[in-house]
Design a protein around this ligand. Sequence first.
Ligand code: HEC
Length: 254
Amino acid sequence: MKTGIKIALSLALLSSLSFGGEQFAMSDSDRAMYAEMLENNPADIMVAHGEELLSDMGGDAGLAKYLGVSESELPKYIAGFPRYIEKFDMVVGLGQALQAMMHDTGKKVLKLDSSDMNDMLAYTKSIANDEPINIDVNANQHMKDAYALGQITFDTKRGGRGLSCLSCHSPDVIGTILRTQPLPDLGVNNSGGTWPAYRMTKSNLTTLQGRMQGCMKNALLAVIPLGSPDIVALEVYVTDKAKGKAIAIPGLKR
Ligand code: HEC
């Protein structure tokens, strides 16, 4: 009962939050536009650009070689990110693996928030399209630790409003409406398999880490930097919720 009261209270708090001006759920015309964009995702061209950028580093074959897998194993391997990689001795997202490859092949290392990096990350993840997400959070102690850190980061209340990710993405509140936006279940929504996605409200390609930062900004939580152990851990935790769901990049989101 106590938690019931808590949830009621935090929902009252939530209803006073504005979501960056995105106050409206999809209208009929938005829905029509969405249907059209599903046919022809504006991010396809960005993914194609990412493919060109990767081809400067040897393309799929170069990436497979760098990651130490065969080209035919590459899609399955990519479907397991974020993952522990021995030569880096840490759990990394796909973007960081690309940065390491840029570094080791003598290319300019792109920042994780650059649009070229987003394009490249989207293309690289799309190599795993139709593969089920196969992240293994029990693969080794590093992954277990990352999962545990991700869960703590997800559940811990922070910031001026005392909100956590869980405040809005817990089974108790999923489906309730915040300022006309339904609160999504990150597993059912396949967040792990549908980002990078084209965001219609922002007209850009956004990565999963970038999307999570968006929620931090909206909910007044201190923004965790891209590529930091904490945000990679969050990505591990959120991706695991969609384990087994098929990867479909680029996603298309409101
Ligand atoms: C104040 C409520 C609130 C908090 C706190 C919050 N979110 Fe969200 N989140 C939302 C809403 C609402 C949406 C969907 C908005 C939309 O439809 O565009 C969303 C969307 C998302 C999505 C994309 C879902 C999809 O479509 O794939 C992810 C991932 C996400 N949140 C992760 C997080 C994480 C991680 C945190 C904690 C750092 C967090 N959220 C905190 C309300 C919240």
